[in-house]
Ligand binder design. Structure first.
Ligand code: ZN
Length: 468
């Protein structure tokens, strides 16, 4: 499917407005406070300072590694320093995998190096590398429909492309080659997988990311080459000669380790047992410093909750820094399981995990009777150039598994135009975070969480979806 970049004004016209008016469900003093909270947060630097602290003092923090536990300790200390009322952590069993060096080259017909990285969880190649002829596919679907005779004994190459998009739209479809490509290739007898990086940049920085080996299928090594090398390789293919490559990926799998969801709360003054959950994930890939993914989210939600504290919220603000999102929502699944009996107490939830650029739209997924509260939020967000969106929000990766349990969610949609230029590369670093745009995020998150915390009407669970 071809995607078109639409200007912001058209995008917002396409978004369904939430059909409700702001009534007296939120008292006037709280609305006044929300304006003040927004304006103060917009001028503050705390969000950026937190991202700086995490990326400088911890740096890369791949789940299962020592650095991951340093990040957990960092988060507890930071919550303490910011004066959160209650700080605790919840154990999560995570995969522990680490990479060594990665090297690849075209052996023939036109020898030259390729910039490559191993996909997360990939098995290692033999010492000296894996040598084989490439067989080309545009997508994992094309590979799935191919004749095993064409694949057997070869290294599968998938050239799935994605383009820059405000909402990062093609990621979901493009990423299939990365996540399941190796098992699909292996089932057809391939000896390795190489993919074009799932990214929108034009650079020699390959993008890593999670992959899943299917049970019972032989594990073959999998790597991603940079988009620049992908273009060169496709041009080489046009010359009609068989292409042989050598790729050497050094990786090591260890025993599973214990990591933690780290949680900090600002206790509610009137409804302490009702929670507004704002989250981000603490883990990151190992190649960059995880400034955008998801240091920014960590800075945004911690700073937003800290700002709300001065206004003594009625409901409890719960900040959850999820463990091992990158391994496949591992911390989030544990959170949902461990809190199964308490999920009805979460009155609204959202996760910030799409970088650090400005927010342009607010979406919710709440009970229709609570749309009036969302209307109050929309009004206070408006001066931040945030449009009102629809009532079909997903909530962000780690909280996306909560609506099926009735938990209402929201999404503050960020400009993701260049997010996939840096995503999961060595280039995901602090210099990509613009303090002014980050402060707009903090202001918006503070407004949403605070107004939801102040609503005097009951915040209801999502209506049960009719099952087919
Ligand atoms: Zn992320």
């Amino acid at each position: 499917m071809k995607s078109i970049l639409l200007p912001l004004t058209i995008m917002s016209a396409l978004a369904m407005p939430t059909m409700a008016n702001a009534n007296d469900s939120v008292d006037k003093i709280s609305i006044k406070n929300a304006h003040q909270l927004r304006d103060t947060a917009l001028k503050a630097h705390l969000g950026f300072d937190i991202v700086e602290s995490l990326t400088v003092e911890v740096g890369p923090r791949l789940a299962g590694t020592t650095a991951d536990l340093v990040a957990v300790a960092w988060a507890e200390d930071k919550f303490k320093a910011l004066g959160f009322d209650k700080i605790y952590k919840q154990p999560v069993e995570v995969r522990h995998w680490e990479r060594g060096f990665a090297k690849a080259s075209v052996v023939s017909p036109y020898p030259q190096p390729l910039a490559i990285t191993a996909l997360g969880d990939s098995v290692a190649t033999p010492k000296g590398g894996l040598r084989g002829e490439l067989v080309f596919f545009d997508s994992v679907d094309e590979l799935r429909h191919s004749d095993p005779k064409d694949v057997k004994g070869k290294i599968v190459y998938i050239d799935a492309r994605m383009h820059r998009h405000l909402e990062g739209k093609e990621y979901g479809t493009t990423v299939a080659g990365r996540s399941i490509g190796s098992s699909v290739a292996s089932e057809k007898g391939a000896i390795g997988l190489m993919i074009r990086s799932v990214g929108t940049d034009s650079s020699r920085m390959p993008h890593t990311g999670n992959m899943n080996y299917q049970e019972g299928v032989k594990k073959i090594p999998a790597g991603a080459i940079s988009t620049s090398d992908a273009m060169m390789l496709m041009a080489m293919k046009k010359r009609g000669k068989a292409i042989t490559i050598n790729m050497e990926l050094e990786t090591k799998a260890y025993k599973p380790k214990t990591s933690y969801n780290v949680i900090g709360e600002i206790t509610g003054s009137k409804y302490p047992d009702e929670y507004i959950l704002i989250g981000a994930h603490l883990d990151s890939w190992d190649e960059g410093t995880g400034a955008l993914d998801d240091g920014a989210g960590v800075g945004i939600v911690m700073a937003a909750a800290h700002a709300i504290k001065q206004f003594n919220p009625k409901r409890t603000i719960r900040v959850v820094l999820f463990a091992n999102e990158e391994g496949g929502l591992i911390g989030a699944k544990e959170y949902r399981k461990a809190n199964a009996k308490e999920l009805h107490k979460i009155k609204l939830a959202g996760e910030s995990d799409f970088g650090a650029r400005n927010i342009w739209r607010f979406d919710s997924q709440v009970h229709p009777d609570n749309l009036d509260v969302m209307a109050h939020i929309n009004k206070v967000l408006k001066p931040l150039s945030i449009n009102s969106g629809n009532n079909k929000a997903g909530g962000g990766p780690d909280v996306s598994i909560l609506p099926e349990k009735g938990v209402p969610v929201f999404s503050l949609r960020q400009n993701g135009t260049d997010y996939f230029d840096y995503h999961h590369t060595p280039n995901d670093t602090l210099d990509k975070v613009n303090p002014t745009e980050l402060a707009q995020n903090v202001a918006a998150w503070a407004v949403v969480a605070y107004i939801a915390a102040q609503a005097d009407e009951k915040l209801l669970a999502l209506p049960k979806k009719k099952t087919k």
